[in-house]
Structures are given as C-alpha cells and as structure tokens.
Design a binder for this molecule. Structure first.
Ligand code: ATP
Length: 255
C-alpha cells in the first residue's frame, strides 16, 4: 500500500482509495467497487466530509433499532470489508448483530476471503458461505442464509444497491442503509437512511451503542417512534444546500 503522509489535506480520502485498491488486489473487492467509492466521495465533498446533524440523528435511531432487534444482521460486501473490517466487527459485537457476507459480484473465493478477513479482525461466526434461501432477485445478492438475513428483523446494509434494499423492506424488515448519496434508490427506500461516510458512520454508531446499551427498552422505542426517515432525508438535502450556499458566499467573497 502506498504510504500517505498523515498531514496530507486529503489523507482520509486517499487512504480509503489505497484500502480499496488493496482490496481489489487481494480479491476481496470487485473492480466495480472502485466506481461506487468514487460516487460516494463526490457526495462526501458536497456534505463537507463530516457527519451532519441528520446523519447523527439517523445513526442514533439505527443503533436503537439494532439494540431492540431479535435477530439483527450486518450485511458485508467487498467495499465495506476493504474499508472498515475492524469497525464492522466492533459494531457487531457491541450491538449483538450477526455478520453475513452478501455480494453482487459473488464468487466462492471472494466470500471465503471476506470471511477470513473479518475473522482476522476478531469476528466469531460469519455467515454467507452456505446460503440456503433465495430472495426474489435476478442476481447473486438473492443468496442468503436462513438464520441470517432471511430471518433477520433488522438488517444493516452498508453500500447497498437499491433493489435488494427494496426487497428486504418488502419482506417487512427494518433496513438501515449507510450511503453518502441521499438520492440513491437505497437511501430513498431504506427504513433508516444514514447519509454519511462508512467509516464515520460505523465509528459514531459504536460510540452510540456503548452509551445506549444502558438505556431502557421503552427509551429505545421512543427514539424509533420519533424517527421519520422522509424528514431526515429532506434535512440531509437541506444541509447540503446550506453547505453549498455558504461555500458559494465564501468563494465569491474572495474575488
Ligand atoms: P442505488 O441502486 O441505491 O441507486 P447505486 O447504483 O448508486 O445505488 P452502487 O453503485 O452499488 O449503487 O453504490 C452504492 C452506494 O454506496 C453509492 O450510492 C455511493 O454513494 C455509496 N458509497 C460508496 N462508497 C461509500 C462510502 N465509503 N461510504 C458511504 N457510502 C458510500
């Protein structure tokens, strides 16, 4: 991996690129995953590369849903595992969620490599290599395990594609998406849409989990019943608008 100087103004973004390129070289990540990252990065620029208030609010609601769930599952793909394997394992531990590999560009080799990578980061059981159920989808993301995504009541889907998100919602599941694009089909379909960078979202959610684990069940339920995803998505677009307005004022005042 190319060494990135820590004081480089684009350190986080360059590091993420290096991790993904490394993921491709190791066979964890698909080439198409590089394009997804590029789309995400462009939205992160517009957001201001920080967790917005609406993202933090959605992250709290997501943690409440995970802590209240009977069978929560974190769905893992090649981008997520290249970017943040330790954080995925930490959140699974803190929230009591299972980890399941689920891939659009699925090969058995890739599934095994991703499972090995998660285990090297401390994961216990990782589901996904023995799918025994199929969702009604025309691609490999249909393959799921009965004790994992298939029976889950809450599924966290970082960096998802819209049609599986839609299918999981149709099945009555609470679907938590992490997607920097507030306009993607995934963000517009999920039950809780976290418009934030994967790394920041997982870090915030781990902190919220530590704090909210001590909350009573009725307090967690209150967080969820007050949550309105349409409003939160609307706010994340307004926050982008505000950020651009401020930047426009700043840049034009320099002329
Ligand atoms: P949809 O089908 O939901 O409209 P899409 O076609 O944009 O989505 P993909 O190309 O699979 O789906 O990309 C997944 C999404 O993940 C993109 O919308 C992108 O903004 C987002 N994304 C990529 N990298 C990151 C990241 N590091 N953190 C958060 N979101 C990301």
């Amino acid at each position: 991996m190319t060494e990135i100087p820590q004081d480089h103004p684009r350190y986080e973004s360059l590091l993420a690129r290096e991790k993904l390129v490394e993921g491709v070289k190791k066979g964890l990540t698909s080439l198409q995953g590089l394009i997804s990252q590029g789309r995400g990065e462009s939205f992160d620029y517009l957001i201001g590369e920080r967790s917005s208030n609406s993202a933090l609010y959605a992250e709290r609601a997501a943690v409440a849903a995970l802590l209240l769930a009977e069978n929560p599952v974190i769905s893992v793909n090649g981008n997520a595992v290249a970017l943040a394997p330790e954080k995925l394992v930490a959140l699974a531990d803190l929230s009591g969620a299972k980890l399941e590999v689920n891939l659009f560009h699925r090969t058995e080799r890739r599934v095994h490599l991703i499972i090995d990578q998660l285990k090297a980061c401390g994961a216990g059981e990782v589901l996904g290599k023995n799918p025994d159920r199929e969702l009604n989808l025309p691609h490999a993301r249909r393959l799921v395990e009965s004790k994992g995504i298939y029976s889950a009541d809450v599924v966290l889907v970082p960096l998802e594609d819209g049609d599986r998100c839609e299918k999981l919602v149709e099945m009555g599941k609470t679907v938590i998406a992490i997607d920097l694009n507030p306009l993607s089909r995934t963000s517009r379909t999920a039950t809780i849409s976290i418009v934030d960078n994967l790394n920041r979202a997982l870090e915030n959610m781990a902190e919220f989990s530590k704090e909210m684990k001590r909350s009573r069940k009725d307090e967690l339920m209150k967080v969820i019943s007050a949550y309105d995803n349409r409003k939160v998505l609307g706010s994340s677009l307004s926050e982008i608008q505000e950020q651009l307005k401020n930047l426009a004022a700043e840049i034009s005042s320099q002329s």
